[in-house]
Design a protein around this ligand. Sequence first.
Ligand code: HBI
Ligand code: FE
Length: 293
Amino acid sequence: MVALHVMAKPPPGAAPDWTIPQGFESYTEAEHQTWITLYDRQAAVLPGRACDAFLRGLDALDLHGRGIPDFTLLNEKLEAITGWRVVAVPGLVPDDVFFEHLADRRFPAGNFIRRADELDYIEEPDVFHDVFGHVPMLTDPVFADYMQAYGKGGLRALGLDALQRLARLYWYTVEFGLMGSAAGLRIYGAGIVSSRTESIFALESESPHRVGFDLERVMRTPYRIDDFQQIYFVVPSLEELLLTTTSTDFAPIYQRLAGLPDIAIAALAPDDIVLSHGTQAYALSRAKEHVTG
Ligand code: HBI
Ligand code: FE
């Protein structure tokens, strides 16, 4: 996610790595009910839209609609499957802290849940986005390795002053990625699977472009943080995503890209493999100042 208002130091009560106790006993009935409402909405739209790895992960972790999960119980299952763990954090954490956690197979999850009267709006990633959206994919051994490699790459990118490049890769894969399958396009990005409206928009709207994933192309593309995406990138498989990112030396790519302009968010590039040439009608109808990263 984007680092909008990250504090410099861990808040009082947080460890030096920014983790805090989940405080499972402190959730109110109303907060558990918010999870259940959000869960039920996604359960209605995701079959046939989310990728198999995500749906399998939901099952394997038993992340069903009984309220906010207890991280201790969740971690017993998750650790046995891929060695990943979920740790609670108070909100956005600094980039270096975030990457350190991923590199050690810990996923930092907000422990709070959004307000019941603003189900579709969050300013910072909450427990529903982080746990329902991200954690099922961490049960997939290939995706689990991709996320760890991303954390290690993030630490290197900080030293090479290339954080923005890598943030775009995260955005267009981990958060808003689509995948091809024999049955058609499927969602694996957490920002999509945790949103009812974007789950439908990303696959079915004629507005956005859908383009074959290309690492350098993605790193040249800004992204929307304030509305539905205007372009989605489609990987052929998770194996392919892991392979292209782990078999590539990013340092020379960062250097080359430094001399190239960004590709406008609604533009198609000459080498794009265009799966849908979007009308961009939705973005045009909501013309306003774009907030991009
Ligand atoms: N912190 N809790 C949290 N969640 C994120 O997704 C996150 C973060 N800090 C930084 C960050 N993301 C971004 O810098 C990376 O996605 C690039
Ligand atoms: Fe996220």
